[in-house]
Design a protein around this ligand. Structure first.
Ligand SMILES: *Cc1c(COP(=O)(O)O)cnc(C)c1O
Length: 415
């Protein structure tokens, strides 16, 4: 019989979303006549349809594939030149970031990329890994699977990981680690807190990485939601970041591609790591090797669809959808503030992070909101110990659902 990867057994069996599902199901079964139904503001998934230019580009592409003369089979694993060029040009060079077309690797998702990147780093516990708390659970779980941590402690934290708390007390700016770390995960605008780092805070991290030979894994999945032009959308807007950072971007939230699947990872050729003899090796070389060996490219129709996002019409259309979600966020923020709640985020991200009223624990507030208002959100404690006492409300929904949920909270929530 084969031996298994024992590290998988250290994982907490899918806890957060299954537990939410279980409680919602139990509530619905006990209360079959909830008027108007249960409104789910817990989801981190888009709700609005693809932009018309994106759909048109996909139709054209499928027509090409239907004819022998224009049919295409395998593409370069790294992505078609037309898309890599559009990405590098629009998302980076137009903003003053020095990123070459061949430093962009097109993929089918940032979730996979943020997990797969560990393939090119040392196995086991050689690197000290830092991440924020609360955090996107994928970063933690993929490190556990790769054997980069010790066992799970009662607190829910894993031995060996360095957790950087992000709370109202530090304005959601994670502190520099107390011990030297080799790899740092940063996600801004942040899921789940909706926080964004001011430029000088981000610069602090680039400086830290440069001074300590650390690698920053920067997840910018929500950069399109930034409304203040003074904030950095890419880590490469900071001087020196090209030498120390890998950036993950996705069309999922930017252009509603959560079901269509397209993302990309930027690995500048100037980012290096050490081999066993202490010599510097380009991470670009290793990632290229990994990507071309274990991945076979994103569908042609999807890459054409992603390219269409960068047309001037495409930019207008995806921006209109982002504005729509951000208006939802504004309504949520305003309504909760009027109820006397302390709210964070929701200004440059589609998530509002609220401090639970009356010092309730995250799950207690979840139950209260479900029971009194029939509204579902996400308990902050599910994203890490420092998320306790907070609660995430997503702006990804219809206007009618958002307004109805806020009305119910005004009318029925007993604080
Ligand atoms: C939604 C999301 C992504 C995007 O993942 P895809 O696999 O590209 O859909 C990446 N990072 C975070 C933090 C997210 O919330």
């Amino acid at each position: 019989m084969p031996r298994i990867n024992d590290h998988y057994l250290k994982l907490q069996a899918g806890y957060l979303f299954p537990e939410i599902g279980r409680r919602v199901k139990a509530f619905a079964a006990a209360n079959p006549q909830t008027s108007g139904g249960i409104i789910k503001l817990g989801i981190g998934d888009v709700t609005e349809p693809l932009a018309p230019v994106v759909v048109e580009a996909m139709h054209l592409a499928i027509d090409e594939l239907s004819k022998r003369e224009t049919f295409r089979g395998y593409c370069d694993e790294q992505g078609y030149d037309f898309l890599r060029h559009a990405i590098a040009e629009h998302d980076f060079r137009a903003r003053g970031c020095d990123i070459a077309d061949d430093e962009v690797f097109v993929s089918d998702g940032s979730k996979c990329d943020t997990g797969n990147i560990l393939d090119i780093l040392a196995p086991g516990r050689e690197n000290v890994i830092a991440l924020t708390d609360p955090v996107y659970p994928v970063y933690v779980d993929t490190n556990v699977m790769g054997g980069h941590t010790g066992p799970r402690k009662d607190s829910g934290e894993y031995e060996g990981l360095v957790y950087l708390p992000m709370t109202a007390e530090n304005q959601f700016c994670p502190p520099l680690p107390a011990r030297k770390v080799d790899v740092i995960y940063l996600c801004f605008p942040n899921n789940p807190t909706g926080a964004v780092l001011p430029r000088e805070e981000l610069a602090k991290w680039v400086d830290y990485a440069r001074a300590n030979d650390a690698l920053i894994l920067f997840d910018a999945a929500y950069c399109a939601f930034i409304t203040d032009p003074a904030l950095s959308r890419s880590i490469y807007e900071l001087p020196g970041a090209r030498d120390v950072a890998i950036e993950f971007r996705s069309f999922s939230k930017t252009a509603g591609f959560t079901g269509t699947r397209c993302a990309y990872t930027v690995v500048p050729k100037s980012v290096t790591g050490l081999n066993a003899s202490g010599e510097k090796v380009q991470l670009h070389k290793l990632w290229n090797r990994r990507h071309t060996t274990k991945f076979n490219g994103v569908a042609y129709v999807v890459q054409r669809a992603a390219e269409a996002v960068y047309s001037s019409e495409g930019q207008k259309q995806v921006q209109a959808t982002i504005d729509f979600y951000m208006e939802n966020a504004r309504i949520i923020r305003q309504s909760l503030t009027a109820l006397g709640m302390k709210v964070f985020g929701g200004e440059h991200a589609p998530y509002v992070w609220l401090q639970t009223p009356a010092g309730l624990k995250s799950w207690a507030f979840f139950d209260k909101l479900l029971n009194e208002c029939h509204v579902v959100g996400t308990p902050g404690s599910g994203f890490g110990a420092s998320g306790e006492g907070y609660f995430r409300i997503s702006a990804f929904n219809s206007r009618a659902n958002v307004e109805e949920a806020m009305q119910r909270m005004r009318d029925r929530l007993k604080i």
